[in-house]
Each structure stands twice: as structure tokens, then as C-alpha cells.
Design a protein around this ligand. Structure first.
Ligand code: FES
Ligand SMILES: [Fe+2]
Length: 354
């Protein structure tokens, strides 16, 4: 049985800067080949990457103004996916169409709606930080995974792994990640995960602001299919106790930001987009580079583990897992994904999420 996908969702197809004004690029999302280009005014267009004529990829074609021409026999398509020209033939068959997917540029990502176009609502796209926003300094990257996206989601929903998988990078000297349980609350399309980490050692470049140790309130929204929008707020040591470990509502001395998105390519491949940085008032570019470097090293640690985990799962797909309390968020999220999948399927429960 092939993997079933939740279709009615906005998926990140790429960084906006990957799609230049004349570029025509191929992407695969939830197993479907897509072609991306821009209209003259910059509006992104996403069509099925398969010419309706003899099924050549349209991503091997060329942009002509707002339209896209297949460079096999020259059929030309409008941004709506309608064939508007067949060389040497005045009449165009009504069936000469390719599927159009609603597409939007928001923040610094290109988003594509893989489900029923009538349900596509761009106001549902989560706000993310634009790389061009002068209020922030963020550095961006991406990583390809040979693994199902849900394993990467599990990883991001359970940061207890920082103390071990990242013992030399993001979790260095921080057993608290594994020892303390976050507060989890439900959102419409995912979960919010919040925790205090008290008495962290301050990195040298922040010591002037924060002293030797600080309290860190770390909160992220995790939204389908794999959006991870984290803000880490840095406060003077003692703040966590003073606010009784509740969410603080005083301005932080420093704020780190991480916007990430996991996009399923197919059942065994995923693409991971990420940006890391802080408010511009808090940080200079050399520190952003350093922070990003550590973060990216950590992402390679995750990738090595998760790809190996995927191989182990594939040796014996039915083998049970013994879950711990730290699995609360990934377990809840998987249940939500199953519910969204069931809601889109004629026979609920017949399809599995991974
Ligand atoms: S395959 Fe595209 S025009 Fe023939
Ligand atoms: Fe990780």
C-alpha cells in the first residue's frame, strides 16, 4: 500500500530566492511532480510537471511571459494550466489542460496547496520571518533527507534528543532538555510546545547583557506538515521562578528565532528548509554565522540518525516501538495527522500516515 497524504494543506515548495524571474524548476511534493515559474509580475505559478501532449516534463520547457511552453513539441500553457497554443493547429482540444496548484509567496517561502483548489485560503499560511525583514538577521539553508517526513516531525516535536543527539552542538552541557517535560497545548493545525530552561551558561558575546547565566523560555508552534516556528526568549537568571514557570510577558534581553519547514517529497524523501538568527538589535552577522553553523552541524546529526532509523524501520515495518513520556507531542501530532487524513478519505482508517 502506498503512502496516503493529507492534501488540503499549504506545503513549502522552496525558498522564494530559489525561483528567479526566468527560472523554471521541478519539485516533487507528496509524490507529485510539479513545475514552478513566475509570471511577469513575480507571481509564482505551480503546475503539474507533465505536458498533456506526450507527457514530457514541463520543467524542461521555457517561460514565455506569463505562460510556459513545453519544449518538446511546443504546446503553450497559461498560468491556469490551460493549453493556449498548439503549433500548426488552430483548434485546441478542451482536454488539453494540466493541473494548476494554488501558489503563494509568503515570508521567504513559496507555498503550494496540494488539495482541492476551492479550499485554498492563503490567510491560513502561518506568518514566518522574511529574510529581508530589517528587524531580524537570519541565515537560511536546506537539507535533503532519505526519510519519511513524519520521522523528522517526531524529532522536532521531541527536543529531549538535544541532550544526546546534539551533546556537542545544540545540547552541549544541557541535560535539562531530556530531564524536563515541556508544556504542550493544541492548536488548530498542530501543537504549541513551551518550556523554561533555567540557569544556562551564557555564550561569551551575550555576557555583557545577560551575566554568566540566564533563564531561557523556549516556545514553538509546530504545524502541519512540518512547520517549526521557534522563538527562544532570554531573561536574567531567576526570571523563570519569579513568573512561576509560566509564559513570560516581559520583553526579553535577547531573542533567537528559528523558522523551519519539513516538506514530504515522497514516502522516503523529504526536504528540510530552515533559517536561524535573532532580532537585529541583539546580534551582529558574525554571531549569526556562528549560531547558524552550530545549528546546521546539529541538523546533520539529526539527518544521520533519522536516515539510519528509517532503514531500521524498513527492515521490519511492523516492529513495535516502546514510547516514553517525552513522546507525548509526536504521539499527539501523529494522531492529528491521522484524523486529517481520515477526514479526506472515503474510508476512514483505511490509510496510514507513514
Ligand atoms: S510533450 Fe509537450 S508538446 Fe509534446
Ligand atoms: Fe535535532
Amino acid at each position: 500500500m502506498g503512502q496516503a497524504w493529507v492534501r488540503n494543506a499549504w506545503y513549502v515548495a522552496g525558498w522564494a530566492h530559489e525561483l528567479g524571474s526566468d527560472a523554471v524548476i521541478a519539485r516533487t511534493i507528496i509524490g507529485e511532480p510539479l513545475v514552478l515559474y513566475r509570471q511577469d509580475d513575480g507571481t509564482p505559478v505551480v503546475l503539474q510537471d507533465r505536458c498533456c501532449h506526450r507527457l514530457a516534463p514541463l520543467s524542461m520547457g521555457r517561460r514565455e511571459g506569463d505562460n510556459l511552453r513545453c519544449m518538446y513539441h511546443g504546446f503553450k500553457f497559461s498560468p491556469e494550466g490551460r493549453c493556449i497554443e498548439i503549433p500548426g493547429q488552430p483548434k485546441i482540444p478542451p482536454k488539453a489542460v494540466v493541473r494548476r496548484y494554488p501558489a503563494v509567496e509568503s515570508g521567504s517561502w513559496l507555498w503550494v496547496w496540494m488539495g482541492d483548489p476551492a479550499l485554498a485560503d492563503p490567510t491560513q499560511i502561518a506568518p514566518t520571518i522574511s529574510l529581508k525583514d530589517p528587524a531580524y538577521r537570519m541565515k537560511a539553508g536546506q537539507l535533503d533527507y532519505d526519510a519519511n517526513y513524519i520521522l523528522i516531525d517526531d524529532n522536532l516535536l521531541d527536543l529531549s534528543h538535544l541532550s544526546f543527539a546534539h551533546e556537542n552542538t545544540l545540547g552541549r552541557g544541557m541535560p535539562q532538555w531530556a530531564q524536563e517535560r515541556p508544556r504542550i497545548s493544541r492548536l488548530e493545525r498542530g501543537l504549541r510546545v513551551e518550556r523554561w530552561i533555567q540557569n544556562r551558561a551564557t555564550p561569551p558575546y551575550m555576557q555583557q547583557k545577560l551575566g554568566d547565566t540566564f533563564d531561557n523560555f523556549i516556545a514553538y508552534d509546530f504545524l502541519f506538515p512540518g512547520l517549526f516556528l521557534l522563538r527562544a526568549y532570554f531573561y536574567p537568571a531567576g526570571t523563570a521562578q519569579r513568573v512561576n514557570l509560566e509564559a513570560p510577558n516581559e520583553p526579553p534581553l535577547f531573542q533567537r528565532c528559528d523558522d523551519q519547514a519539513v516538506t514530504p517529497v515522497d514516502a522516503r524523501r523529504s526536504r528540510y528548509f530552515y533559517a536561524a538568527g535573532a532580532r537585529a538589535q541583539d546580534i551582529e552577522w558574525p554571531q549569526v554565522e556562528k549560531m547558524y553553523g552550530i545549528t546546521e552541524t546539529a541538523f546533520h546529526e539529526d539527518k544521520a540518525l533519522i536516515e539510519a532509523q528509517q532503514k531500521m524501520i524498513d527492515r521490519d515495518p511492523e516492529h513495535p516501538m516502546v514510547l516514553a513520556t517525552a513522546d507525548a507531542a509526536p504521539t499527539q501530532f501523529r494522531r492529528m495527522v491521522q484524523q486529517w487524513l481520515d477526514a479526506e478519505q472515503p474510508t476512514p482508517g483505511a490509510q496510514r500516515i507513514a
